[in-house]
Design a protein around this ligand. Sequence first.
Ligand SMILES: [Fe+2]
Ligand SMILES: [Fe+2]
Length: 138
Amino acid sequence: MSLEEFIDKLNMDLEYEYGAAIQYIQHQAVMSGAQYNNIAEELALHAEEELQHAIQLADQIDYLGGTPSVDVQEVKISDDAEEMLKQDLEGERGAIDRYKKRIRQAEALDEYATAETIRQILVTEQEHEMDLMDALGL
Ligand SMILES: [Fe+2]
Ligand SMILES: [Fe+2]
């Protein structure tokens, strides 16, 4: 993979991070019901962490000579709290799959600092996945 192709992939990741932040902001706001109070607070934290990921990715893209995207990937909403959590879980699993590939691609290009940054992001995506599985009783 060329550096240009890799930057394109990082920009897609960035667009997914923007989308994840927006989705969590919407979900934590509309999620109602006493049994969802704690998880709504957790989703608000996830939103902040997704924004941090977006900043980290944008900085890596700039460092590598690319222009960070301002497009946003698809955001999923629902009237049903459990469905929202399933949408969030699906998003996290997609991110985990993408970042595992991205770490390998970064290392193949000798971009070890970018790989390290993505490793740190991957750690928090796995925490998000576990939070959502707990909330869904999985
Ligand atoms: Fe993220
Ligand atoms: Fe996440």
